[in-house]
Design a protein around this ligand. Sequence first.
Ligand SMILES: NC(=O)c1ccc[n+]([C@@H]2O[C@H](COP(=O)([O-])OP(=O)(O)OC[C@H]3O[C@@H](n4cnc5c(N)ncnc54)[C@H](OP(=O)(O)O)[C@@H]3O)[C@@H](O)[C@H]2O)c1
Length: 249
Amino acid sequence: MQQLKNKVAVITGGNSGIGKATAQLFAEEGAQVIITGRRDDVVDQAVADIGHGAIGLVGDVADLAHHQKLADLVKNRFGRLDVYMANAGIINLTTSDKVTPDEYDRHFATNTRGVFFGVQAVAPLIRDGGSIIVTSSLAATKILPDHTVYAGSKAAVAAFARNWAVELKPRKIRVNILSPGPVETAILGKLGVSEADSPAFERHMASLIPVGRMGLPEELARAALFLASEAGSFVNGIELHVDGGMTLA
Ligand SMILES: NC(=O)c1ccc[n+]([C@@H]2O[C@H](COP(=O)([O-])OP(=O)(O)OC[C@H]3O[C@@H](n4cnc5c(N)ncnc54)[C@H](OP(=O)(O)O)[C@@H]3O)[C@@H](O)[C@H]2O)c1
């Protein structure tokens, strides 16, 4: 049986990596999927790859008008939303002494403000009993070198999610946090680590993970499906670490 049959699901940052794998799995599980991302050609390609009538909306989560456009699209086409996954995110690793105000603002505009106002815009459309998933990061709770600003931006959204789980109690909407450890996605090429240092960085990351390797986007997608579907119907306000045990290492 399809686990998201007839559900309407939005995944921000659904044109790549964890978001795209999740959109693919949700669509295979019967959901009408709507993905977002900034690069129109990559959004178009992802829509084609996902199939199942997936819809793409190009926009920047740092732009509040984009969230309203998304809410209008959902309202006009479907009238309601069942699952909202606030997943779009960026990272640039650097020590705190080198963080510029622009770099700080860029992280918080996308990773934090984008999540807050995205949820604010769509919350009225989420049906009672629906599900919100916020993609945070292992970095929000575990100290990793050069992650300070990113970690702060991701810790904030975990706090938002726990508050929403209580705020949305009257509507029985479940709100959970998905916290990936290192996962093999395009984000690894955007860390600010030079191409030459990249293989050593990735080997080092993998060596810190008890299962002995980095995660795959599909493994995060399966965890997101658990949180979005009836399988997770009594799971609310948790932070699900999907990190091969790196929390412990
Ligand atoms: N991979 C990891 O190791 C890892 C670990 C912990 C947490 N995470 C988190 O997991 C989430 C997904 O990351 P990923 O690994 O799948 O990376 P990814 O492949 O780079 O995907 C990031 C997605 O976010 C979108 N995005 C970025 N900035 C955006 C903006 N301002 N507005 C709209 N969309 C935006 C990107 O699309 P465009 O570029 O087209 O905008 C892309 O679809 C992120 O929140 C990330 O912080 C990842």
